[in-house]
Design a binder for this molecule. Structure first.
Ligand code: COA
Length: 325
């Protein structure tokens, strides 16, 4: 009998500190009106200096495990997506494992920037559907504020910190129906942090400080809209489904205009699209599970409904997961 991986619990966490558009007006040459109109973002949450990605991830993970009615000891796989790990090593997945007092199960990080959670969920699903794990914890967590130049108005208004998580369990009923992952490294420099562990940070020719996110926003925007439109078609075609079969679109939360364009492609009215970008900006790998948890907890998403999760990010990377909740 086919084994499916089914989401049995969701959780999320946003740090308490809030940075509003008004706050940003006193930091860079921008306005609340510009940010609202061009991005749909009203505020973002920022981790305190003592809070790390692992701290955020732990909170989201505990909530997801509780929601699934499980104990941390039931978890037999941890896959964590992040671009902003606490340490070079051990992986943040191992740090979360330590916090949860879980010992022995596989734990590793996945790096696909804003598509990270989609990648992590797809990888964990393979473990569960092949019988290699029965109860997996999948987390997307970021302290993206640490790789933002807070004097660069092109990027600093867009991003925030947060974490989201799900528990997926082996099940005879669906479950995750399919996942679709893609990347094209040819677009490296449209969205990147130039410096790094191996390359170092000593590169006087790099535009701006090599510690921070550089983005050609306009080009990224166009690519995101086109690519996400294509992945919708690919996902529906693989499942022999029509657009009208999808109950909820749970998109990466980067910009309301990108989300609107994907919804139009699906002929989906915006009341069937989960939008949280206004509340926390682009939280990279955390954004899809944050949105999912919000709509599960407020009762919008109900058992048995069909969800299309999708993401796009640096690399470029992009992907989708179609599932029955
Ligand atoms: N406040 C005020 N003005 C700003 C600004 C800010 N924070 N940031 C840029 N501007 C200015 C630009 O300098 C430009 O001025 P100019 O016309 O005098 O040159 C003007 O606003 C328009 O800039 P443009 O880049 O064309 O705006 P846009 O409509 O493309 O919106 C983004 C910019 C970044 C919001 C948009 O391109 C975007 O969302 N891109 C995708 C980003 C993304 O999702 N990245 C992550 C992918 S995972």
């Amino acid at each position: 009998m086919k084994i499916f991986a089914r989401i049995t619990g969701t959780g999320s966490y946003l740090p308490e500190k809030v940075l509003t558009n008004k706050d940003l007006e006193s930091m860079v040459d921008t306005s609340d009106q510009w940010i609202r109109e061009r991005t749909g973002i009203l505020k973002r949450h920022i981790a305190e200096t003592y809070q790390t990605t692992c701290d955020l991830a732990e909170q989201a993970a505990r909530r997801a495990i509780d929601a699934a009615g499980k104990r941390p000891q039931d978890i037999d796989l941890i896959v964590l997506a992040t671009t902003t790990p606490d340490k070079i090593f051990p992986s943040t997945a191992c740090l979360v494992q330590q916090r949860l007092d879980i010992h022995g199960c596989a734990a590793f990080d996945v790096q696909a920037v804003c598509t990270g959670f989609i990648y992590a969920l797809s990888v964990a699903e393979k473990f569960v559907s092949t019988g290699a794990a029965r109860c997996a914890l999948v987390i997307g967590a970021e302290t993206f504020s640490r790789i933002i130049d807070w004097t660069d108005r092109d990027t600093c208004v867009l991003f925030g910190d947060g974490a989201g998580a799900v528990v997926i369990e082996a099940s005879e009923v669906p479950g995750i129906l399919s996942s679709h992952l893609h990347a094209d490294g040819a677009y490296e420099t449209l969205l990147h942090v130039p410096g790094g562990v191996s390359r170092g940070y000593n590169m006087p020719d790099a535009e701006g400080d090599p510690h921070y996110t550089r983005m050609r926003g306009n080009e990224v925007f166009r690519m995101a809209v086109n690519t996400l439109g294509r992945i919708v078609d690919e996902t529906l075609h693989a499942n022999d489904m029509k657009k009208s079969d999808v109950d909820w679109l749970v998109p990466h939360q980067a910009n309301i205009r990108i989300i609107n364009a994907t919804a139009r492609k699906l002929n989906m009215s915006m009341d069937k699209v989960v939008v949280t970008v206004d509340q926390h900006g682009n939280t990279s790998a955390a954004s899809v599970p944050l949105a999912l948890d919000t709509a599960v907890r407020d009762g919008r998403i109900r058992p048995g409904e069909v969800l299309l999760l999708e993401g796009f990010g640096g690399g470029f990377t992009w992907g989708s997961v179609l599932l029955k909740f």
